[in-house]
Design a binder for this molecule. Structure first.
Ligand SMILES: NC(=O)c1ccc[n+]([C@@H]2O[C@H](COP(=O)([O-])OP(=O)(O)OC[C@H]3O[C@@H](n4cnc5c(N)ncnc54)[C@H](O)[C@@H]3O)[C@@H](O)[C@H]2O)c1
Length: 331
């Protein structure tokens, strides 16, 4: 076994650039050998930064024999097809969320992986690696709060610009919150309801705030606030109420200061800041597991199940509560 896995990265923007740096500087089990982006300037800069081969075509990068594993951080609409190409090539792949932009395409990825008879796909639902979320998960697993009954989550953005449509918000961002509920409550989403409100009630414009209610297969409940325009900062918080107590994850990494009759705390301004450590731990764990011939992070099924709930949530805005039928989860 070689000591490092040779990774090719597709899409070198905000997220891809961060992944390249983390692979180069934090993930000792990985080295970046090839990169691809449609932006030629960005491609050349990143290739020079990590002495990697430049590819102008994503499928060529996936087929490149010097690439042993692939990280996909190109725009959402490209994810499913590129992930399918990685499965065909038999290469482990870390695909940014969402796994696809339509649930039928996510299901194709699940089915292709089942046909390959091998787990190859990890989806970039990185809260699984966020120390603040892991604390909550560990506390529930230790039995600190008894049986988990209710999850309250909030996901606030400073000001998403341009304002996404409700569908874009559900598919691109709320999938993280749906994953948190499934992961922390250790169950699937059985039913989803969504209420939406615009800033100006008098005009018919896209919503800025969604209230998402979930009933889980084990009977637990969840309510999540997704706020596109908090105006003060980026904040992701979680609280789980159990039969014997409640656990709350700290929403910020920053210190709290008491001074001059005030308590203050700096608030992160975006996900790259808030989840910096989670992104590092995510690629580090993925590279290590891929090198050791396994994939064990958030799965293609997680990508499919979160997207199915997100799509049902979009319907729920106009049609009311939606019951989910995911079909059988492959072993
Ligand atoms: N897990 C997270 O917390 C998180 C956070 C942000 C973004 N994301 C996801 O990461 C992906 C990238 O987001 P971003 O914020 O870096 O966007 P970005 O716009 O900053 O970067 C996207 C990059 O992809 C390139 N690109 C465009 N079309 C391409 C194609 N067909 N093939 C290859 N490259 C192409 C662009 O030139 C750009 O460099 C998205 O899917 C997004 O949903 C995940």
């Amino acid at each position: 076994m070689t000591e490092q896995i040779a990774v090719g990265v597709i899409g070198l923007g905000g997220m891809g650039g961060r992944h390249v740096d983390n692979l180069q500087h934090s993930a000792s089990a990985a080295r970046v050998v090839a990169v691809m982006d449609v932006d030629k300037g960005r491609l050349a800069d990143t290739a020079a930064r990590c002495a990697a081969k430049e590819h102008e075509d994503a499928y060529e990068l996936i087929a490149d024999p010097s690439v042993e594993a692939v990280l996909i951080a190109s725009p959402d609409a490209s994810h499913a097809e590129l992930t399918l190409a990685c499965i065909s090539a038999g290469k482990p792949v870390l695909c940014e969320k969402p796994l696809a932009t339509a649930v039928a395409d996510a299901r194709l990825v699940v089915d292709a992986e089942v046909a390959a008879r091998r787990r190859l796909v990890q989806v970039g639902l990185m809260r699984r690696y966020d120390p603040r979320h892991v604390d909550v998960r560990d506390s529930i697993a230790r039995g600190d709060i008894g049986r988990a009954l209710f999850l309250r989550g909030w996901h606030r953005n400073v000001a998403l610009t341009p304002l996404p449509s409700a569908r874009e918000a559900m598919v691109n961002s709320v999938v993280h919150d749906l994953y948190s509920a499934r992961w922390l409550l250790d169950s699937e989403i059985a039913e989803i309801s969504v209420l939406a409100t615009p800033i100006d009630q008098g005009r018919s414009v896209e919503p800025v705030l969604l209230i998402i209610s979930l009933r889980m297969t084990g009977g637990a409940l969840a309510v999540i606030e997704f706020n596109m325009d908090s105006s003060y900062g980026y904040e992701v918080g979680i609280e789980v109420v159990g039969s014997e107590g409640t656990v709350t994850g700290a929403p910020h990494h920053t210190p709290r200061i008491r001074r001059g009759g005030q308590i203050s705390q700096p608030v992160e301004q975006d996900w790259l800041e808030r989840f910096a450590r989670a992104y590092e731990l995510e690629v580090t764990a993925w590279a290590r597991s891929a090198l050791e011939g396994r994939v064990d992070g958030p799965s293609a099924w997680d990508g499919y199940a979160t997207l199915a709930a997100a799509e049902a949530g979009v319907r729920a805005i106009s049609e009311g509560p939606q019951v989910l039928d995911l079909g059988d989860q492959p072993a």
